[in-house]
Design a binder for this molecule. Structure first.
Ligand code: T46
Length: 152
């Protein structure tokens, strides 16, 4: 475990975090357009895009952290709330505009809830799908998070 944590720590050293971000909207009389380019708007090489939609009323999703994967989440339609937790601090961020997003690095616990019926939540991700990158146990996440921050 120590070796894995050292590697994760090195890989995530300056990006192991989350933050709100916004995209430049290109618009004219016809309407709006947002373009996302890797490295410019997404702080990583883009390897996968997936979207969540048709979420049933009262459903919450997520409940995991990733070891390595980084992603940018944006509700291109409707709204939802993303709870993020890192280093013992938990925050709720509402995504309700196509130009508002959250960057979520590895080792950040995240839960999504309060989906509006028309919500389409898009994730631009830095990795291909790999179940072994998921930390789905909250207790395991707390152990990773504690060791990541204390180094022990
Ligand atoms: C994340 C949040 C924001 C695949 O086979 N390929 C994929 O690319 C994805 C994303 C999922 N799956 C499978 C894995 C599960 O059997 O689809 C099923 C549902 O995935 P999951 O329960 O992980 O969905 P969420 O909404 O809890 O989490 C998803 C992403 O999996 C995750 O990476 O960060 O959205």
């Amino acid at each position: 475990m120590a070796n894995i944590l050292k590697k994760l720590s090195e890989m995530n050293d300056w990006i192991s975090e989350y933050y709100e971000t916004s995209f430049k909207t290109l618009g004219d009389s016809r309407g709006s357009l947002i373009a996302l380019e890797q490295f410019a708007d997404l702080p990583f090489e883009l390897k996968r895009v997936f979207f969540i939609y048709g979420t049933q009323d009262g459903v919450s999703r997520g409940f995991h952290a990733h070891k390595v994967l980084k992603q940018v989440l944006v509700a291109v339609s409707g709204s939802c709330v993303v709870d993020v937790e890192k280093n013992g601090k938990r925050e709720s961020i509402k995504l309700d505009r196509p130009d508002k997003a959250i960057y979520v690095a590895g080792l950040v616990w995240h839960e999504m809830h309060s989906f509006s019926p028309d919500c389409v939540l898009i994730s631009c991700a830095s990795e291909l799908y790999d179940e072994s990158d998921y930390i789905r146990s909250y207790d395991d996440f707390k152990a990773y998070d504690k060791r990541f921050h204390t180094g022990s």
